[in-house]
Design a protein around this ligand. Structure first.
Ligand code: NAP
Ligand code: GFB
Length: 318
């Protein structure tokens, strides 16, 4: 039995938070008490509300997932909102974690925040080497400040505040709202609607050429457990599938077509933006720690995500 941990998970009602709830059901330890919260428990953009949340739960550890999160198109049209909301939430959670003597905080960056002009594969040392892609500079700079604050809290107060850098995440309980969703839930929602309506043409936005690494939310949740329990560097660690698992949006669409058994035509609307062409990240640092970690095969993860949405489309976050 290790030291007792009361772990507060902010963003606990979202895609990654729900995956963590599922994984914790099987893998929680006797000396761990898990608390999952969403925005209705406290608006983390408000410092007093953040303090009240921490006073209520008295966490010893925090997994900070809460954020204003969205896909390419939502970021392009709301860069200021992404910047301000995420700066506020991140600053409040780290400040109150320090005030209340939280032993460890694990926050969340993203592989989309790296410099737009870069060499590949991207690694953890490159976060601040140049401006991010213009489509999501607000979100990117807010996320980069987590790493800067983690370093400053460690240098001035010895805090163990660290962060992980996931690639694109997908899975059950995603956000399927067409204005704000990421590509996989957006395509799942739209292809489901086309098939429900008996349509025979499915339109995918952009050229289909961009490349992405996609991690299944349940795999990411398992890695979060390991980071919370075993990873004690302040420096970020990329949590991504292998470079060889990178797929194009077109290949993703073909996988979704199979999962839905859609026999109609796929059309690419090239009048819509592609966003970053690629953001290929290296998971060499993760592999050094966990050489044998097994990611769920992409086709299996996509099928499970599609089947979940088919069953839950009426109550999913649309
Ligand atoms: P999500 O499904 O949109 O969930 C966001 C979570 O944050 C929800 O629980 C939401 O609560 C909470 N939240 C939002 N605003 C809040 C506020 N003002 N106060 C308190 N809570 C608030 O996001 P996700 O995909 O799970 O992302 C989780 C983390 O992973 C984020 O830090 C994100 O940046 C990071 N990430 C995501 C991806 C991806 O592809 N999804 C990739 C890389 C990194 P409600 O449910 O009550 O709204
Ligand atoms: O997940 P996504 O929206 O964001 O993927 P990013 C965008 C890519 O998918 C673009 C294509 O190439 C789009 O042209 N796409 C095709 C679609 N159909 C659709 C659709 O119906 N919806 C969406 N959303 N895209 C985000 C960052 O970049 O990555 C965020 O902007 C965040 O900040 C996220 O970090 C993980 O992968 O391009």
């Amino acid at each position: 039995m290790g030291e007792f941990k009361r772990i507060l998970v902010t963003g606990g009602s979202g895609l990654v938070g729900k995956a963590l709830q599922i994984v914790v059901q099987d893998e929680k330890r006797q000396d761990e008490d898990w608390i999952f919260v969403g925005s209705k428990d406290a608006n983390l953009c408000d410092l007093d509300a953040t303090r009240q949340l921490f006073d209520k739960h008295k966490p010893t550890h925090v997994i900070h997932l809460a954020a204003m999160v969205g896909g390419l198109f939502h970021n392009m049209s709301h860069n200021l909102d992404f910047l301000r909301s995420n700066l506020a939430m991140n600053s409040n959670v780290l400040q109150v974690s320090h005030e209340k003597g939280v032993k460890k905080v694990v926050s969340c960056l993203s592989t989309c925040i790296f410099p737009d002009k870069t060499t590949y594969p991207i690694d953890e040392t490159m976060i601040h080497n140049g401006p991010p892609h213009p489509s999501n500079f607000g979100y990117s700079y807010a996320k980069r400040m987590i790493d800067v604050m983690n370093q400053a809290y460690h240098e001035q107060h010895g805090c163990l505040f660290t962060s992980v850098v996931p690639c694109n995440v997908f899975g059950p309980h995603d956000n399927y709202n067409l204005e704000s969703s990421h590509v996989i839930p957006g395509l799942i929602r739209r292809l489901h609607d086309v098939m429900e309506a008996g349509g025979s043409t499915f339109t995918v936005l952009g050229t289909g050429k961009p490349l992405r690494q996609f991690i299944y939310s349940l795999d990411l949740a398992r890695l979060f457990l390991w980071v919370l329990r075993e990873y004690d560097e302040v420096a970020p660690i990329i949590l991504s599938v292998d470079e060889t698992a990178e797929v194009s949006i077109r290949q993703l669409t073909e996988e979704l077509q199979k999962a839905f058994d859609f026999k109609g035509e796929i059309v690419f609307d090239t009048t819509k933006a592609d966003g970053q062409y690629k953001k290929t990240a290296s998971n060499a640092k993760l592999r050094k720690y966990l050489p044998d970690f097994k990611f769920t095969p992409f086709a299996v993860a996509v099928k499970e995500s599609v089947d979940w949405y088919k069953t839950n489309s009426k109550t999913a976050r649309n």
